[in-house]
Design a protein around this ligand. Sequence first.
Ligand SMILES: Cc1ncc(COP(=O)(O)O)c(C=O)c1O
Length: 482
Amino acid sequence: MIQNKIPLLDAVTEFIATRPAYFRVPGHRLDKGISPRWTNIVGEKIFAYDVTETPLTDDLHCPEGAIDEAQKLLAVLYGADQSFFLVNGSTCGNEAMILSAAFAGEKILVARNAHKSAMMGLILSGAKPIYLMPEVICEWGIQGEITEASVRKGFAENPDCRALFMVNPSYYGVCSDLVAIAKVCHEYNALLLVDEAHGGHLYFHKALPVGALAAGADICVQSMHKVTGALTQSSVLHSKYHGVGAEALGRIAQNLQLVQSTSPSYLLMTSLDCARYELALHGAEMMEKALFLAEYARKKIAGIAGFRCMESGRIDSTRLVLSAREIGLTGYALEQILYEKYAVNMELADQENVLAIVTYANEIQDLDRLIAACTEISETRIGHAALQREKTYPPFPPLPEQVLTPRSAYFSKKIFVSWQEAAGQISGQMIAPYPPGIPVLYPGERISQEVWAYIECFRREGRHMHGVDGDQRLENIQIIPE
Ligand SMILES: Cc1ncc(COP(=O)(O)O)c(C=O)c1O
């Protein structure tokens, strides 16, 4: 197929050009009914593209025209059998993957560093998760890869698992050996489901790690908004048949209807079509630029006294993981100084590090501002004592006991108890420090002393946590009485 077409952009443009008397939703009537406070700042034109299923613009849930063509172009570009536009982010893609792969009561291997959307998929499907712990990269205090050996062990102990769900690359850019892992999954007749939310760009440059589909994954989900130029919430799901799970693959479209809006945004979908077009025509140059910028900054930052920057060999090299612990700064403190003093806004911080995502749309000036800020921070803080890791946060806790599946726990009767008395109880809720939104505790798990102590560190420091329903201070927690 010819990639230099943008079918959905063309279809919407053609529809607008007919200058219709418009009696459909949305009610803002293309570009006329949006608050002038907003249009005075951003202009009106873009709002005309916020249309719906008109005679020219196709229907996401039953595609036969422009959306169908756009999704097929996407599939060809990524080497998928089928590709789907997602308007509720990779969140809904992860839910649909799990819903498609495992029914209630069936087992599924789930990497424990999975985003909380995996837990939502488990609640929806009722599947029983068997968790795999990722390696820990002690030097950086972050979770690392899922090893082939741990996957093999997981399947050997649970040969009836329907699938493995894992994240690749991780938020920090850490990649696992997907080629080897896909082989193990297929040996056990199980699907490899990859949350590739951070990896839609991997397919366009040989210096980047291999993408999930190319490595043999059966289904993967990518947040095209994160690094490949689409608008926020715009993601895609791809599937490819490898002789395993034909029925599960056949359920994807139906499951996507369950988790997506019936009024999908044409702005988001058009942004996906345009992002695909740019990647198809210019992907290699775009990634070349991102790689160059990231490498440029990595070298300079590694030379700043008191700073470290993770080497590119370990990760997707467009990610910059920085630490200034040697001059006494936690990742949280560094992130705050970088923004408040230098208006340098990082993607996330943890107790050790800050993370920058470098994309093709950054300019060298952005990296120079980051480097200059780090240089000045170094000069002002040199001589401060290094932070000892064990004095701030305990290590990642071991897996707690799973008493109930996430679904059974979600629908169980719960009561509130004080957080201080929560250790030893069965949690009725998830707790995920945010970002990155990886649950430390799933509903239905017994709150071990180690998990309690780990979460307590976040709580004491007033860190943002998801799953705590308005009680951000986590004074109380929902538990399931025994
Ligand atoms: C690993 C991972 N998976 C899934 C998601 C959810 O993606 P989205 O924001 O596109 O819904 C995120 C969001 O940060 C993520 O980091």
